[in-house]
Design a protein around this ligand. Structure first.
Ligand SMILES: NC(=O)c1ccc[n+]([C@@H]2O[C@H](COP(=O)([O-])OP(=O)(O)OC[C@H]3O[C@@H](n4cnc5c(N)ncnc54)[C@H](OP(=O)(O)O)[C@@H]3O)[C@@H](O)[C@H]2O)c1
Length: 330
């Protein structure tokens, strides 16, 4: 690539730190600007990760003509307004997952990006890690035959804090949207859109799901058995079963470095190391798309982002999880 892509980050929390470290690993990216609601924090972050600039507001960053793309790393409920603000100021956007709290928000962002011919992608980094690429290759080659089912879980124990973004409904809390999105994405990637969704949840006193069990049924008879929770540490593994054998995605499956293929009682484990924190692959995908004037990724197209939020809405309807009154309408 001739030109380096200038990145901005808004919302300097936990994930922004990991992402900034990986931006510095990418040959084609420059960490150009960082913005926080707190300027002193932005200054510290700038110095820690050698950003060129820091700004006093998210809007000031998006106003800088030198920034090519903004990484939106705020809590879920703000993705829509933050990403929309950036698009309206002519910036391409990589938005953390979920891109919106419902399909209306997601569609509205996609329409805005298309109207302005800007790149837009959801931060489902799982799609770009080497092990996922290998998994898709193995499945395409028919190594485990016709897919029968997918099983995946994502759980961690989080101590209750009504103000944290994990429990605070005003910040879009709950296990499903924060981590259940990864098992759901895996099912979508491998099996497509489910015909029927069954789900059961346990709710917190802040009225979000702390445990969500999902069972998806597909037109061709295949099934997905998925789980997310903020109540317990679970294995965070993925299993893909086919007519000839199975593939295990080792923990944590959403950025795994190991796949075990089992066929007729024989197993082989493939190791695929991840560079940095694992975000460098989605960063490189965005860089390539921008360099080639592509407005969406072929590997993670915007249609997948719509299918993902619609599937999540199907689960939310089943478990009675509703963020109305907490989110802005497009
Ligand atoms: N891809 C991944 O592996 C991964 C991992 C974790 C999280 N995520 C996603 O990244 C997003 C952020 O997660 P995080 O764990 O980094 O959260 P976090 O540590 O709470 O950081 C979120 C940041 O958003 C900004 N913010 C703006 N308005 C806010 C408000 N009203 N309350 C709190 N923060 C506000 C704050 O930055 P300033 O104070 O600097 O403005 C805050 O530091 C979430 O949507 C999550 O789904 C992705």
């Amino acid at each position: 690539m001739d030109k380096k892509i200038n990145w901005g980050i808004i919302g300097l929390g936990k994930i922004a730190h990991k992402f900034a470290a990986d931006l510095n690993l990418s040959d084609n990216a420059v960490l150009y600007g960082v913005a926080s609601r707190d300027f002193a924090k932005a200054e510290r972050f700038k110095n820690e990760y050698n950003s060129v600039k820091s700004y006093r507001s998210y809007e000031a960053l998006a106003d800088d003509p030198d920034i090519d793309i903004v990484y939106v790393a705020t809590p879920h409920v703000f993705h829509f307004e933050n990403a929309m603000m950036c698009l309206k100021k002519g910036k391409s956007v990589l938005c953390e997952k979920p891109m919106g709290m419902n399909s209306e928000q997601v569609k509205s962002l996609i329409e805005e990006a298309r109207r302005r011919n800007l790149f837009l992608m959801e931060g489902i980094w799982t799609r770009f890690i080497p092990a996922t690429e290998k998994l898709l290759e193995l499945i395409d080659e028919g190594v485990i035959g016709k897919l029968i089912s997918v099983r995946a879980d994502f759980g961690f124990k989080s101590s209750f804090d009504s103000e944290s973004r994990i429990f605070n409904k005003k910040l879009g809390a709950g296990s499903l949207l924060d981590i259940g999105i990864y098992p759901v994405y895996l099912s979508l990637l491998l099996l497509g859109i489910p015909k029927n969704i069954k789900a059961f949840a346990r709710m917190t006193k802040t009225d979000v799901d702390s445990y969500c069990a999902m069972l998806f049924d597909y037109e061709n008879g295949s099934k997905a058995n998925l789980e997310s929770t903020i109540e317990a540490d679970t294995p965070v593994e993925g299993y893909i079963y086919g007519s000839k054998g199975s593939i295990k995605m080792h923990s944590r499956f959403h950025h795994t470095e190991r796949l075990t293929i089992s066929i007729n009682g024989n197993s082989e484990t493939l190791e695929m190391k991840i560079e940095g924190n694992g975000y460098v692959y989605e960063i490189d995908e965005a860089n390539q798309c921008l360099a080639n004037n592509q407005t969406e990724s072929e590997k993670l197209p915007l249609s997948t982002t719509i299918d993902l939020i619609k599937t999540l809405e199907g689960v939310m309807e089943e478990i009675g999880l509703n963020y109305e009154g907490y989110i802005s309408n497009p």
